[in-house]
Design a protein. Structure first.
Length: 218
């Protein structure tokens, strides 16, 4: 599988990680096709357009907007399968995984990755690629806004399990929480990524770009 987990690719430029991500497609940059999936409906396309603007600096010009929440019936799944990259946006992690499971879209994403497509996950989009959303759940529980964020039909903290480690983005803002959370953890390694940093998985090779701390399980 080819997976890229960004904390936030736009906050701190990391051209090395961006170029490596595009190289995973094994295509010339102008020929790369992106499928953009928002964590929740982006009705005015604000965040979609920001993403298009960012990746267009590398010459990428072909994009599909695929809303699995309110505009699912408009998605051409066959065209989405033909994308070289599927980009999973940031946002509400719990809403995102709920939308994916409601549409049974987890199988689509897994098949896409198994068939050689590149999956980019940013923040929430990266967290859902991991085995568990527990760190996000516990962080927002401590922060006090968990009840606001949880959809009424949210069921479980398991992720898609496409990688065998946890991922905590924006760790520069969460140092106290991370110390507390990791104190008694032992099931998975935990990748803590600063803004602009990324973990790139290419088969069995895991590469770290920018400021990423790998906390080993005990």
């Amino acid at each position: 599988m080819k997976l890229v987990l960004y904390s936030d690719e736009r906050s701190i430029p990391n051209k090395e990680a961006d170029l490596k991500t595009l190289e995973l497609t094994e295509k010339q940059f102008p020929d790369i096709k992106f499928g953009y999936i928002p964590s929740s409906s982006d009705k005015n396309r604000k965040y979609f357009n920001e993403t298009v603007s960012f990746w267009s600096q590398y010459g990428v010009t072909n994009y599909i907007y695929a809303d699995i929440e309110d505009e699912y019936e408009n998605i051409d799944l066959e065209e989405l399968k033909k994308c070289d990259v599927i980009y999973l946006s940031g946002g509400n992690t719990f809403q995102f995984i709920t939308n994916i499971r409601k549409r049974k879209f987890d199988n689509f994403l897994k098949e896409f990755a198994l068939n050689g497509g590149v999956l980019i996950g940013v923040s929430a989009g990266a967290i859902i690629l991991t085995p568990t959303l527990e760190s996000t759940y516990e962080y927002h529980k401590d922060f006090g806004d968990l009840n606001i964020l949880l959809p009424s039909d949210f069921k479980e903290v398991t992720g898609l399990g496409l990688v065998d480690f946890e991922f905590i983005p924006h760790f520069e803002d969460k140092s106290d929480f991370i110390t507390k959370y990791t104190k008694n953890k032992g099931e998975y390694n935990i990748m803590c990524a600063n803004g602009g940093s990324a973990v790139i998985v290419n088969g069995d090779i895991v590469s770290l770009y920018g400021k990423v701390i790998n906390i080993q399980n005990t």
